[in-house]
Design a protein around this ligand. Structure first.
Ligand SMILES: C[S@@+](CC[C@H](N)C(=O)[O-])C[C@H]1O[C@@H](n2cnc3c(N)ncnc32)[C@H](O)[C@@H]1O
Length: 171
């Protein structure tokens, strides 16, 4: 199952287009349909996803893509790391395959905790991160600060039952 680009994807994509410059090294984590990787095409882009179906789909678009659980298979550093994570709290009614796309763990922030605990190692000296998440994802600001990063809100969008935020995260 491949995540159909939705409001979160488009809100993040808008900022990816602004931030990506020719010559940058960019990593798209949880690439899904490859929407962010395509927006970053003028950079040197590597995409990854835990789901082989996404990897095959994105490779067919001519984008370099690896199957990896977060940074498991990554051995380089990047100028920009993009992540539209699964960020919603667990809903027991939701089928397992779509959970992988939307559910960030029991509370919804567990995958972001894993991401921020590892990401520093994969960033160049002035490397930055672009993320999108929801008002339903708890403690994102605290998590970012806990791992030694600063953040700036770049955009937000109200949708039914939640607000989406795009942050630029810096070291
Ligand atoms: C919300 S979708 C975002 C897809 C796309 N980047 C976008 O903006 O539309 C989250 C993606 O993260 C992937 N994913 C979930 N857990 C992952 C993990 N541990 N490591 C890598 N990718 C993961 C899912 O397979 C899914 O493609």
């Amino acid at each position: 199952m491949i995540y159909e680009p939705a409001e979160d994807s488009y809100l993040l994509e808008e900022q990816v287009r602004k931030y990506v410059k020719k010559g940058m090294k960019v990593l798209d984590v949880g690439t899904g349909s490859g929407i962010q990787a395509e927006a970053a095409k003028e950079a040197k882009i590597l995409a990854l996803d835990i789901n082989q179906e996404c990897v095959d789909f994105v490779r067919k678009k001519g984008i370099n893509c690896v199957k990896s659980d977060l940074f498991e298979k990554i051995n380089e550093k990047f100028d920009l790391i993009i992540f539209n994570p699964p960020y919603l709290p667990e809903d027991e009614e939701e089928p397992e395959d779509s959970k992988l796309l939307t559910t960030g763990g029991k509370k919804g922030n567990e995958i972001l905790i894993r991401f921020f605990s590892q990401v520093k190692k994969y960033l160049n000296k002035d490397g930055k991160i672009l993320i999108v998440f929801s008002s339903l994802t708890p403690d994102v600001d605290k998590i970012i600060r806990k791992y030694g990063f600063k953040y700036k809100k770049l955009s937000e969008q109200k949708i039914p039952f939640e607000t989406l935020y795009v942050y630029l995260v810096e070291q």
